[in-house]
Structure formats: C-alpha cells, structure tokens
Design a protein around this ligand. Sequence first.
Ligand SMILES: C[S@@+](CC[C@H](N)C(=O)[O-])C[C@H]1O[C@@H](n2cnc3c(N)ncnc32)[C@H](O)[C@@H]1O
Length: 203
Amino acid sequence: MLTQNLPEYWETLYQGKKDTWDLGKANPALLEFFKNTLCPKKGRVLVPGAGRGWDAVAWAQRGHETLAVDYAQTAVGVLSASAEKHPKLSVLNIDLFELSPKSTEPFDIIYEYGCFSAIHPGRRDEYFEVWDKMLRPGGLVIAIFYPLIQSTSLGGPPHPTSEGELMARLDGVLEVEERIKPKKSAPERMGKEEIWLLRKARR
Ligand SMILES: C[S@@+](CC[C@H](N)C(=O)[O-])C[C@H]1O[C@@H](n2cnc3c(N)ncnc32)[C@H](O)[C@@H]1O
C-alpha cells in the first residue's frame, strides 16, 4: 500500500492529475508577504516539498539563492527545468528527512507551504526537527499553514492543523515571533491560512 511517506504516493497523484494543491502560480499570500517589512531582504532559502516550485521560483526571482527539495519525479522534472531558467534556483531530489547540514550549509530562511500538511501527522515532530537542523542559529522559518482550523481534528488528507497542535509541537524547538493573517490568498483558501514566523534561537 502506498502511504504519503513514499514518493510513489505523490507521483501517482501527479500522474493522475490529482495534484489539486497546485495553484499553477505563486501563492498570493507569499507575494503579499514579500512586501511586508518583516520579510528578510536577503538570505539563502530552503523550500522543502516544493512541488512544481511556483513559490521557490518567486523566492529566486526576488534574488535569494533558493534550494527546492522534492522527491516526486514529476515535481523534480518541472523544478529542474525551472532551475535552468533561474540561476538562483537549485534542486535536490531527496527525501527531506534525509537532509543534513553536513551536505549543505545551514539556511537563513526555510519557506513552508503545503509540505507540513503533506507529512503524515505521526512525523510532524520529526519534520520540525529537520527545520531546526537545517536553519542557522537566528534563522527564520516562514510557514504558511493551510488549512489552519480551530479544532483538534486531524481528519485528512491534507491533514489540517490547529493552533493548539502547532504550539505544542513547536514548544522548545522554535519561537513563534509573529502571526499574520494574509489579505490575499487563493479564493478557496481565503481565511483558512496564516503566516507564522518562527525563529531559531541564536544560541
Ligand atoms: C501537497 S504538495 C505541495 C507542493 C508545493 N509546496 C505547493 O504548495 O504547490 C507536497 C509535496 O511535497 C513532496 N513531499 C512530500 N513528502 C516529502 C518528503 N518526505 N521528501 C521530499 N518531498 C516530499 C511531494 O512530492 C509533493 O510534491
């Protein structure tokens, strides 16, 4: 049986045209956030579970060295083609749980959209540990959580999350510095997503 822990699960969705998460363009909430003074003007960006990479390309076009990570063949193919056009974009075909600060320098920024909800809830703590180890001290996670619901339900997929769940899992890992409700979102996601800025201690 295929579970969402396996690349084949995602590739089957891509090939079956069931990739309903794909907006076909950069997330309007991210483009809005680019204009916010809280958005760092510089820094290397890691985009785990980048998919076709609309948002990763947006970061690269903004001038950031950007590494997009995915392990589904279709996603990696599209990302690789984009990387040829955008010199600041590079691509790594790997299970993100295999990422290691030994093979690539720690990042200033990790951008999260649609990957957290793709990770099985049983591996969410482990996913936050990946953020922690791949971020430099003082680095920032910019996470757009969707769907964010005020409930403890973990029905899925994509598995929603709640403020309570996030606060519990982030406790002792990353500090919640700011929460922003975007004014712009894809129409069906309006009011259901929130940008969280999560800071790693400078130590
Ligand atoms: C729901 S899609 C979101 C894609 C993209 N972030 C977007 O918003 O369009 C989740 C993506 O994460 C990738 N993914 C899921 N688990 C992964 C893992 N363990 N390692 C690498 N990529 C993973 C899938 O292949 C898929 O492309």
